[in-house]
Design a protein around this ligand. Sequence first.
Ligand SMILES: NC(=O)c1ccc[n+]([C@@H]2O[C@H](COP(=O)([O-])OP(=O)(O)OC[C@H]3O[C@@H](n4cnc5c(N)ncnc54)[C@H](OP(=O)(O)O)[C@@H]3O)[C@@H](O)[C@H]2O)c1
Length: 378
Amino acid sequence: MKYRTFGKLGIQGSAFGLGCMRFNGQASGDSVIDEQKAISLIRRAIDGGVTYLDTAYVYLNKTSEIVLGKALQDGYRDRVTIATKMPIEAVHDRASMEALLEEELKKLQTDHIDFYLMHGINREKWEKFKSIGAREFFNDMKAAGKIRFKCFSFHSSYEDFEYIINDWDWDMVQIQYNFMDINNQAGTKGLELAGSKGIPVVIMEGLLGGKLANAPDNVQALYDAFPVKRTPVEWAFRWLCNHPEVAVVLSGCNEAEQIDENLRIFDSVEPGIMTKEELELIAKVREAYISRTKIGCTGCRYCMPCPNGVDIPGVFAAWNKASLYNADPGSDWDFRMLREHNHGADNCIGCGACEAACPQHLSIIDGLKTAWKELGLA
Ligand SMILES: NC(=O)c1ccc[n+]([C@@H]2O[C@H](COP(=O)([O-])OP(=O)(O)OC[C@H]3O[C@@H](n4cnc5c(N)ncnc54)[C@H](OP(=O)(O)O)[C@@H]3O)[C@@H](O)[C@H]2O)c1
C-alpha cells in the first residue's frame, strides 16, 4: 500500500480508502447489510494496509456507521482514521447537531471522529449550515477533541465549490472526480484550487460508481492496443493517483476480490507516475466514451422550465449516461429521481417552447421520444 500526505495537515494515510456506502444487501436492495460479510471486508482492507474508512450518517438506511463500529472492535479502531458526515436535513440548531454527533460516536463506538464532513453541500446547504452555527459547533468539537478535522463533501458546480472552499478554513474536501469528470462538478479546476490552498482532497466515485470498471467495446479496444496491459479499474485509479493533490481515493468494494485487486493496484501508484503515452491513452479513452453521446445537450437549462414538467436536461443526461457507460437506467440514481418525481419524457406534449429556447438548436421533441424509447420506457 502506498501512503500519501494529507496536504497542510501533514498526516499520512493509505492512498486507497474504503467507502462504506455500498455493501451488498443480505436481502434485496441496499438497505440491509450482510453484517458478517461487511465486517470481514472492512477488516480484510485494514489488514491489507487501508487506514482510511469513509461512512455517513445516512448510508445504508443509517446502518453503515453501526457495522463500521462493530468492524473496528478488537483493536482495529486504533489502526485507522474514520470519516463520517452530518447531513443538513437532520439538523436545525446547536442542540440537534450535538445530538447527531453523539449518536454517530455511539454507533461508531469511538470517542472521536477524525474527519467530520458537512455532507454533500452546495452553496445553499452551506448557507444553511452557517445560519445554524455549524462553524462554531465544528470549531468547538475540534477543541474538545470529538472531531479532528472539519471538512465537506461536494456534488455541485465549480462556482459553488470555489465559493465554499474560500469561505472557511477547511481541513479537507471530498469531491467526485475521475477521468470522465474533469469538467464536471468541482472538476480539475476544483482539485487544483484545493491543492493550491494546501487542502487535501479525498476522491469519491473514482470509478463513477463502478461504471468505469466495465469498458464498452470501443474503449476496451484502446486499452487492448496499448503495449502495457492493465484492467480498466487500474487505469482509472492510476490516473487519479497521478494527481499530487489527491490524498485518498475511495472505493466502495462489495467483494473480497475487489478489495484484493484494489490493494494490489494501490501498491504501486504515486503522483506523477503516468507517462506521456499513458496520459494520451486516457485522453483517447475519454474521447471514445464521449463518442457514444446520444445528444449534445450541454445542460445549460435554457429550455427550462418545461410547461409540462419534463426535466429535459435530466432526461438527456440519463440517456447519454446509459449509452456512454452501458449503464442500466433502472439502477441509476438520477434516472430513478426523474421517474419518481414525474419529470420523464412521457409528459412531453410537443409544444416546442424548449426548441425555440435551445442555444444548441437541438431537436428536443424528437430527442425526448427517442430517449424514452431507447431507455425502454415508451
Ligand atoms: N459524500 C457523498 O456525497 C458521497 C457520494 C458518493 C460516494 N461517497 C463515498 O465515496 C465512496 C466511494 O464512492 P463509490 O463507492 O461510488 O466508488 P467507486 O469506486 O466509483 O465505485 C464503487 C463500485 O466500483 C466497483 N468496483 C470497485 N472496485 C472494483 C474492482 N477492483 N473491480 C471491479 N469493480 C470494482 C464496484 O461496483 P459493483 O458493485 O458494480 O461491483 C463498487 O461498488 C462511497 O463508498 C462513499 O463512502 C460519498
